[in-house]
Design a binder for this molecule. Structure first.
Ligand code: CDP
Ligand code: CDP
Length: 222
């Protein structure tokens, strides 16, 4: 039997990670935050003094990425870098290096290795299109740019960091534009993905919707 995969793709701060992790917990499935791999590669490049413009060196680094996931925590070169990789600067770097085909290819096998029984929930930009094209359920999770900027803003304020709402919105929109314009695995809704607009939904409502869609699929005859 093939191991089920729920693939959740969408723009920055739409709630993909939060929803994916909760759906995984509800189903007892594994969870892969694919964006973390791009962020870790961008951070490792900074630490190794590899330029974000050097595709070949970056691909070599991505292939050998000395990263480890342990529950919610992420380690690079043995150090907990969970907070460091979440900065918008690293997000921009991740978006830049994610446009290189060789970097994407180098991370492919690593992502697919997360598909283990009893199932996987994963989020990113190309989970349903490239990494798990045979996913059981594909979702394009989105929200308005204004709502997404508000969510990021609140996340930063809650962490006690300073934040500028207008700047956050500009950064989010710049990153989405770069992700959507690239030629490899661009950010877009695939024809076989179901759209879930969470602008007016709570996290709980978004999670319930995904679970209902998944359960109705698992019940329907193939
Ligand atoms: O992974 P992605 O960048 O798409 O978003 P996230 O980091 O999971 O979510 C951004 C913030 O929006 C988090 O603080 C969530 O708690 C919040 N949020 C949400 O995820 N979904 C909603 N329906 C409402 C708020
Ligand atoms: O949490 P947020 O949606 O802001 O970003 P993320 O999912 O952590 O991804 C960071 C960057 O990595 C994105 O802007 C994309 O350029 C890239 N990425 C990608 O190209 N493909 C993926 N499957 C996941 C992330």
């Amino acid at each position: 039997m093939t191991i089920p995969v729920i693939a959740i793709d969408g723009p920055s701060a739409s709630g993909k990670g939060t929803v994916a992790a909760r759906v995984a917990a509800a189903l007892g499935f594994h969870y892969l935050d694919s964006g973390a791999l791009y962020r870790l590669t961008a951070l490792a490049a900074l630490e190794e003094e590899i330029s974000w413009d050097d595709e070949a060196e970056l691909a070599g680094l991505a292939a050998e990425l000395p990263a480890r996931f342990d529950g919610d925590r992420v380690f690079l070169f043995g150090e907990d870098v969970g907070d460091e990789i979440r900065s918008e600067a690293i997000g921009m770097g991740a978006s830049k290096i994610a446009a290189y085909p060789a970097v994407r290819a180098a991370l492919l096998a690593r992502q697919r290795a997360f598909r283990e029984a009893p199932g996987l929930v994963t989020d990113g930009r190309d989970m349903g299109s490239v990494v798990f094209p045979d996913a059981t359920l594909k979702i394009f999770l989105t929200a308005s740019a204004g709502e997404r900027a508000q969510r990021r803003y609140k996340q930063l304020i809650d962490k006690g960091e300073s934040a500028n709402l207008q700047q956050i919105r500009e950064d989010i929109e710049a990153r989405d534009a770069r992700d959507a314009a690239r030629t490899v695995a661009p950010l877009r809704q695939e024809p076989d993905a179901q759209r879930l607009d969470t602008t007016a939904l709570s996290i709980e409502q978004a999670v319930e919707t995904v679970l209902t869609w998944y359960q109705s699929l698992s019940r329907s005859p193939c």
